[in-house]
Design a protein around this ligand. Structure first.
Ligand SMILES: [Fe+2]
Length: 278
């Protein structure tokens, strides 16, 4: 007869064993405030708004093109007619306006936003090179006064796996309309990027909540408490037309739908250095 033996590994070994991704050559980039420019704010706060990466006037034209794109589906949507602000008149979207399908990342208006000099310059500064590649993440067109958007609550997450150490990615959102506290948009947990690694060192890296992609990690309210107790604070990021919102993928975040009167329009992408592919 063989007795079963429960084997429990020491906590330190569990943490080490769970770190499976190899070291990343850019991991040090945002560990210290040593840049003497806005990258220091990105380091300490975990996010930064690059003002007028696109001139305001041009940004508002992109906003027009976004609405025209949505009208061109021919499902009945008409910008300015709130009777058409409902699911049956709109392309498939999630969370009140996020569009990831239809190859939207390759629409001309999205490419034009992505290749604006001020947008490229900001990412070039992040990575220290203008040799960049890009994701084709999507865009968001959130319309006000909708009654058919279910309230799914907050979905606080990072877009970096606990299994990575150090910096890995900056995400970018080009805001295309005036965006204030009531207009829907990005919520960030200020300061959380610098605590990301410590949190998982103390709590372990296994069993975190995820939808599946290795670089999506959800956080419970109890887990958020740990960050709040260390000075982090939830901030609704406000921005003007043409502002580029950057945030470290270790910064906890989610989005909210509009409660005010304005539409929220933006495109979203990740733009890493091409060195990552080598
Ligand atoms: Fe995210």
């Amino acid at each position: 007869m063989v007795a079963s033996v429960a084997v429990t590994k020491p906590r330190e070994l569990q943490v080490q064993d769970e770190v499976v991704f190899p070291p990343f050559k850019f991991a040090h980039l945002f560990s210290q405030q040593c840049h003497a420019d806005w990258r220091d704010a990105l380091t300490s706060e975990g996010y930064y708004v690059v003002k007028e990466a696109i001139p305001t006037k041009e940004a508002l034209i992109y906003r027009d093109r976004a609405h025209a794109y949505q009208e061109d589906f021919g499902l009945g949507y008409k910008w300015g007619d709130e009777l058409t602000y409902k699911n049956e008149c709109l392309p498939v979207h999630m969370k009140g306006g996020m569009i990831h399908g239809y190859g939207i990342g390759h629409e001309q208006w999205v490419w034009d936003v992505r290749t604006e000099p001020g947008v490229i310059d900001a990412f070039a500064k992040v990575w220290g090179t203008d040799q960049l590649v890009t994701s084709f993440d999507g865009a968001s067109i959130m319309l006000p006064h909708r009654s058919d958007v279910p309230d799914v609550g907050a979905w606080e997450h990072t877009d970096q796996s606990p299994s990575r150490r150090g910096f890995y990615c900056v995400q970018g959102l080009v805001n295309l309309n005036e965006n204030g506290p009531d207009d829907g948009g990005l919520m960030v947990l200020r300061g959380s990027s610098q605590l990301f690694e410590q949190f998982f060192d103390e709590h372990g890296r296994g069993g975190h909540k995820s939808w599946g992609p290795a670089d999506w990690c959800g956080f419970s309210l109890e887990q958020q408490e740990w960050f709040l107790n260390r000075g982090c604070e939830w901030i609704k990021v406000c921005a003007g037309p043409g502002d580029l919102i950057l945030w470290d993928s270790r910064t906890m975040h989610y989005n909210v739908t509009p409660s005010g009167n304005r539409d929220r329009v933006c495109t979203c992408q990740l733009t890493p250095a091409s060195d990552i592919l080598h």
